[in-house]
Design a protein around this ligand. Structure first.
Ligand SMILES: C[S@@+](CC[C@H](N)C(=O)[O-])C[C@H]1O[C@@H](n2cnc3c(N)ncnc32)[C@H](O)[C@@H]1O
Length: 486
């Protein structure tokens, strides 16, 4: 009856009844305003008292060891699922309330409560707490990192030279090196080096059978060729980040986006440079930017319009995509886009082209300018993929300015992909990697945030989180709603 380590982040050793050495699984989850302490029974791996019998004493020992205020914790006991045929061992969480004069009270958490507690994140987050890779595999992973810039460019060459497409078109029959060379006009040598590393990366596979070696498309190759998310990220890395990434180290040292000099020396942040980027770079930037938030918009719209705002301010409104969607969704709403002058000019044109020129206003403004002030009169303020453009201190400063311009009736909506709220490890990885773009290319001081750090920076400016919707769209965006706390 082994207990899976997915239930806990550490083994906590405590003194059980009669001071018998005992052990339990422990996981501590910080949420705004509450700390959840989750103890898990380890059954055969616990030499002493079970968590249920240790009860209050165990809670006290954990609080003491972790520096927690016992009056501010929510104490939960977990019966882990041990794949036993006895239903008694099915996974269940109980909130335990202690009182001085009576036995502890147990309340089982419903499925919704458990989901809310762990968010969509638990699966991806679990991978960061265990290090179970075999040494031989760890070395292979390290070598993949050592060669990563070369293998990235090899995939780019396979795509740009049309080799991957031709091999895909050949289906199960595949192509020999010579056939691929003939069909693409690339030398057999060129096809050879690229196809061989593609085998190493599992992008291509060898067709089993006799005769000459034939290359067929592997599953990873299929994603590189056909998957929109992979394509958008790949082009973004190639056209925006690749060259500047060489200056990542210097960017970290200086907290300035040193790689941005690839596009000229005139810019402090990429946002000022956007309108003047080379066409291919601009295309890749906008495709990347829109790909993600656009997918969450349809699920966000009914939430925002559940109590329909008459005036909505879209800060960082960019090309007016959200503003146009709002106007199409609700004929009463008027939207003001607040963004840098380069962007508001493009947004104005897009709004007019969509037939909403009379309902979408522009307010050109650099929100970091100490003299900048926000207009008043908004029923709702919308910020989508905007706050990740700033450091946490800047987020608090921007929100403090917003606080001056709103009333307690104004709802602040923040749409962000939070990396600790992702369902899949691959999504969290993409966001962690996107942070590096902010460091070396965008501004040098922002990143993709975690739930608690972003919420904390906003609450510091005088707002309170009123609700949070996670898992919006196929990329698991979070829509956080705030109201003025004062
Ligand atoms: C990543 S884009 C998000 C665009 C859009 N809201 C979306 O969800 O796709 C960030 C936007 O913030 C704007 N922005 C960045 N820094 C700014 C600043 N200092 N003042 C005003 N707007 C800024 C950029 O111009 C850009 O339009």
């Amino acid at each position: 009856m082994n207990v899976s380590d997915k239930y806990y982040d550490e083994i906590f050793h405590f003194k059980g009844q009669w001071d018998v050495p005992s052990a339990c699984g422990l996981k501590i989850i910080d949420k705004p305003g509450k700390t959840f302490v989750i103890v898990t029974e380890l059954y055969q791996d616990n030499p002493g008292t079970s968590v249920t019998y240790a009860a209050q004493s165990l809670a006290d020992q954990i609080c003491k060891a972790k520096g927690l205020d016992s009056s501010k914790i929510v104490y939960l006991e977990c019966n882990p699922d041990t794949n036993s045929k006895l239903s008694f061992y099915d996974e269940a969480y109980f909130e335990v309330t202690f009182s001085a004069n009576a036995a502890p009270a147990y309340r089982q958490l419903g499925a919704e409560e458990v989901r809310a507690l762990f968010g969509a994140a638990s699966k991806a987050m679990h991978t960061y707490t265990v290090d179970k890779i075999r040494a031989v595999d760890a070395k292979f992973e390290a070598l993949k990192i050592a060669f990563a810039p070369l293998t990235f460019q090899a995939v780019r060459a396979l795509l740009e030279l049309g080799i991957l497409q031709k091999i895909s078109d050949a289906g199960d029959a595949g192509l020999t090196r010579e056939e691929a060379a003939e069909q693409t006009g690339v030398s057999p040598y060129g096809v050879g080096v690229l196809a061989e590393i593609a085998l190493g990366m599992n992008v291509l596979k060898l067709r089993p059978g006799v005769g000459k070696e034939r290359f067929v498309l592997g599953k990873i190759g299929w994603f590189l060729l056909e998957d929109d998310m992979t394509r958008v990220n790949f082009n973004f890395v190639n056209d925006i980040c690749y060259q500047g990434a060489y200056d990542l180290c210097e960017s970290v040292r200086s907290e300035k986006p040193r790689g941005l000099s690839v596009f000229g020396e005139n810019w402090n942040t990429i946002y000022e440079a956007l309108a003047t980027l080379p066409e291919q770079a601009k295309k890749s930037w906008f495709e990347f930017d829109h790909f993600y938030s656009d997918i969450a918009f349809p699920e966000a719209l009914p939430i925002v319009f559940a109590s329909p705002p008459r005036r909505l301010f879209d800060i960082g409104g960019n090309t007016a995509k959200w503003a146009i969607r709002c106007c199409a969704h609700d004929p009463q709403v008027r939207v003001t886009i607040i963004d840098l002058p380069g962007q508001t000019a493009a947004a104005e044109k897009n709004a007019a082209d969509a037939g909403f020129g009379d309902r979408i206003e522009l307010y050109p403004c650099n929100v970091l300018d100490p003299a900048a002030r926000f207009p008043t009169g908004a029923d709702a303020i919308w910020m989508s993929q905007f706050l990740d453009c700033f450091s946490l201190d800047q987020v608090t400063a921007i929100l403090a300015k917003i606080h001056e311009a709103v009333t307690p009736a104004t709802t602040i909506y923040v749409l962000e992909p939070l990396w600790d709220m992702q369902r899949f490890e691959a999504s969290a990885y993409s966001l962690q990697a996107t942070s590096l773009y902010f460091t070396c290319m965008a501004n040098g001081n922002s990143k993709m945030y975690r739930f608690a750090e972003l919420t904390g920076a906003i609450e510091k400016a005088g707002f309170e989180l009123s609700c949070a919707h996670h898992g919006l769209g196929s990329n698991s965006y979070s829509l956080l709603c705030f109201r003025s706390g004062a």
